[in-house]
Ligand binder design. Structure first.
Ligand SMILES: Nc1nc2c(ncn2[C@@H]2O[C@H](COP(=O)(O)OP(=O)(O)OP(=O)(O)O)[C@@H](O)[C@H]2O)c(=O)[nH]1
Ligand SMILES: [Mg+2]
Length: 637
């Protein structure tokens, strides 16, 4: 593994660990000073856990035989001194392969049998059902054993045309590498539908997850890849080969599955070693390569900086033989820096921004609350010192004024109950819009509308209907989210303007990324539905699968947005309510103090000591919190 890439990933995991440590420190602080707030504490643990489990998904997408697997071998697995994942001429990787590290499992290869395609459950369901998979242990100390076990990824089997059709895998004449009938009337199909490799490589342990995909036809056959895995990957490497240039099916993959991708994507022109020619020399090579890079950028409509030239094979060989010149010449360094300097940091940015805004907002809120309480304490102290040596009437006058303030404040606090109720009602409605149940009803209705026949036309109609209804529901949820945030902001503003409470930072609930995901999914569905090719009766199987995946992806998006909304509801109100209560308590305490003085129960000095002690305690709490805040600031640097 290159030092650069290793550093990039190490830095990423170090920062992530620091962030987790910061969150834990804050949770601990809350626990000590706010007593047992179990729910809030659990939320912190959740957040820390989510960060620890965060994955950076990198997908390799291309037509078959462009060198995806070879590049993955060269980038990540050259240390094993051999070609670990099977890469060979012709179609090799038969099924999508996810490579990552999950704690709690030993190194292993899990394979989902192709026959599961006969069933209607989406792939996501199988991923959660270990019993459906074949598992083979991997021994990282024995590269031979690993190599042999991983050959399974290239396994295929021969079935009759009818069987292939039933599995939705027979699609004569569409694109390169389509599964064809042989002389005996048999079709060669993949033995496995999906593979997951769990492996303790440092990069994978640091949260990198790699998705190796098969070529065009296999891509289309598994809608989860095209509707979910690829669009949701953090970065996509799209591969081309110098010897084939940009073919029709390369372009189809690019346009359909990669280019519209909102996340980061680059094109990698592989196999540049095929242009190396000792007789023509370096200059001629550079000129040819330059021309091909320009051409690629033009066809793909991509800035030239986003087109990389490498030789995955020579990079792998160079690394295994420790031949520095060959490694340099292979161009692999450019992709390694891209990963360590751009992709990993960009992901870190997003991850940190999300977590830091969540936690830093809360830390700052606590700091603001402490600062306000300290200010109020000092104010009481000043008032008390003004009173010392003065008449009791003066204290009585102060008390009368304070009672008036308190009455006004209590009225506003009472009104806040209505705000709280409105926010909660909006929240409930919002969650209802996005609830699993609501979606289930929608799906059932759609299913009933199309009847038991699952006819192509019926499916298309119901898919359109489903997508329209889903987007409508999402819109309603988004509107509710805006309204409930506005309610809370207005109420807080009132406390600030009318009673001088400091302005509070209200956390923001932003559903934009989910709306983009919905929009894209809907666009995808509409395009699929209006493609006349998909109306053919034989496509019935594909449509049904697509429908299942659209439903499952919509469900996922609803679920994730609902989770965000729930989280917001559970964190946005508490600090405001607490602040309102704190202020009320402060007013009560002051009234009590003044009462004691006017009633001759306590001396001014005695009261001042009490207030001073209170301020000291707050100061200590604040110092601890400042330390925690500093940790977050250093993370942001
Ligand atoms: N000359 C040369 N051959 C390469 C290079 N990279 C890959 N190959 C060869 O190209 C063939 C296909 O490589 P794979 O890595 O299997 O390609 P793939 O894109 O994973 O193909 P599928 O798994 O079938 O989708 C293999 O024989 C590789 O050795 C390269 O940089 N130069
Ligand atoms: Mg491959």
């Amino acid at each position: 593994m290159s030092a650069l890439l290793e550093d990039g990933i190490a830095d990423y995991s170090r920062r992530r660990d620091n962030l987790v440590a910061g969150i834990t420190a804050f949770a601990d602080w809350l626990d000590r000073h706010h007593g047992m707030d179990a729910e809030r504490n659990l939320r912190m643990i959740d957040l820390a856990e989510a960060l620890r489990r965060d994955r950076l998904m990198l997908a390799f997408v291309a037509e078959y035989s462009r060198g995806k697997t070879e590049l993955i071998n060269a980038l990540f697995f050259a240390d094993f001194g051999q070609r670990l994942l099977p890469s060979d001429a012709g179609r090799t990787t038969m099924c999508p392969t996810e490579i990552s590290h999950e704690e709690g499992h030993g190194p292993q290869l899990r394979l989902l049998p192709i026959e599961t395609r006969l069933r209607t459950e989406p792939l996501a369901h199988f991923k959660l059902t270990p019993i459906e998979w074949s598992t083979i242990s991997l021994d990282p100390d024995d590269p031979q054993q690993m190599h042999a076990a991983l050959q399974k990824l290239a396994e295929s089997q021969k079935v009759t045309k009818a069987e292939a059709e039933a599995l939705g895998l027979y699609n004569p004449g569409s694109g390169d590498g389509a599964l064809q009938e042989d002389a005996a009337g048999m079709v060669e199909i993949p033995a496995w539908r999906y593979a997951m490799i769990n492996f303790p490589h440092p990069l994978l342990k640091a949260g990198l997850c790699i998705l190796d995909t098969p070529g065009l036809n296999a891509l289309g056959a598994e809608p989860e890849l095209t509707l979910s895995s690829i669009p949701n990957a953090h970065a996509v490497f799209f591969l081309l080969a110098t010897d084939t240039g940009v073919t029709k099916s390369d372009l189809e993959i690019w346009q359909h599955y990669v280019h519209r991708h909102i996340n980061y994507h680059v094109a990698v022109l592989n196999k540049i070693d095929m242009l190396w020619d000792d007789l023509r020399g370096e200059l001629a090579f550079r000129a040819t390569l330059h021309k091909q890079l320009e051409e690629t950028a033009r066809i793909l409509k991509l800035p030239e900086e986003q087109v990389f030239a490498v030789s995955a094979q020579k990079a792998l060989v160079g690394k295994i033989r420790e031949d520095a010149d060959l490694i340099t010449r292979s161009g692999i360094g450019s992709l390694e820096s891209l990963l360590s300097e751009k992709i990993v940091p960009a992901r870190r940015e997003i991850l940190f921004q999300g977590a830091i805004t969540q936690i830093a907002d809360q830390v700052n809120n606590e700091r603001a609350i402490l600062a306000a309480r300290m200010r109020e304490g000092l104010q009481s102290l000043r008032q008390l010192s003004d009173l010392s040596g003065k008449s009791k009437e003066m204290a009585a006058q102060l008390r009368t004024n304070l009672v008036k303030d308190k009455v006004r404040y209590d009225a506003t606090a009472e009104q806040f109950k209505a705000t709280r109720k409105a926010v909660q009602q909006h929240g409930d409605q919002l969650l209802d819009r996005l609830s699993e149940n609501a979606l289930h009803v929608m799906l059932e209705e759609a299913r009933a509308a199309m009847g038991d026949s699952w006819t192509t036309k019926g499916l298309i109609r119901s898919m359109r209907g489903l997508s329209e209804q889903a987007i409508q529901r999402f819109n309603q949820a988004e509107k509710l989210s805006v309204a409930m945030q506005q309610y809370l902001l207005t109420a807080c503003e009132r406390f600030h303007k009318e009673h001088g409470l400091p302005r509070m930072a209200i956390p923001v609930l932003d559903l934009t990324s989910y709306r983009l995901r919905m929009d894209k999914l809907m666009q995808e569905t509409q395009e699929f539905c209006s493609d006349p090719g998909n109306l053919l009766v034989e496509k019935h199987f594909m449509i049904r699968r697509f429908y299942t995946e659209v439903a499952s992806e919509t469900q996922k998006t609803f679920e994730l947005s609902a989770r965000e909304a729930k989280r917001w509801l559970s964190i946005a109100l508490d600090p405001v309510i607490q602040r309102i209560r704190d202020y009320k308590q402060m007013l009560d305490e002051r009234l009590q103090t003044l009462g004691k003085i006017t009633d001759n129960v306590g001396g001014v000095q005695e009261q001042m000591t009490l207030v001073k002690d209170g301020i000291d305690k707050l100061r200590k709490q604040k110092a601890e919190l400042d330390e925690i805040a500093k940790r977050f600031e250093s993370l942001n640097a």
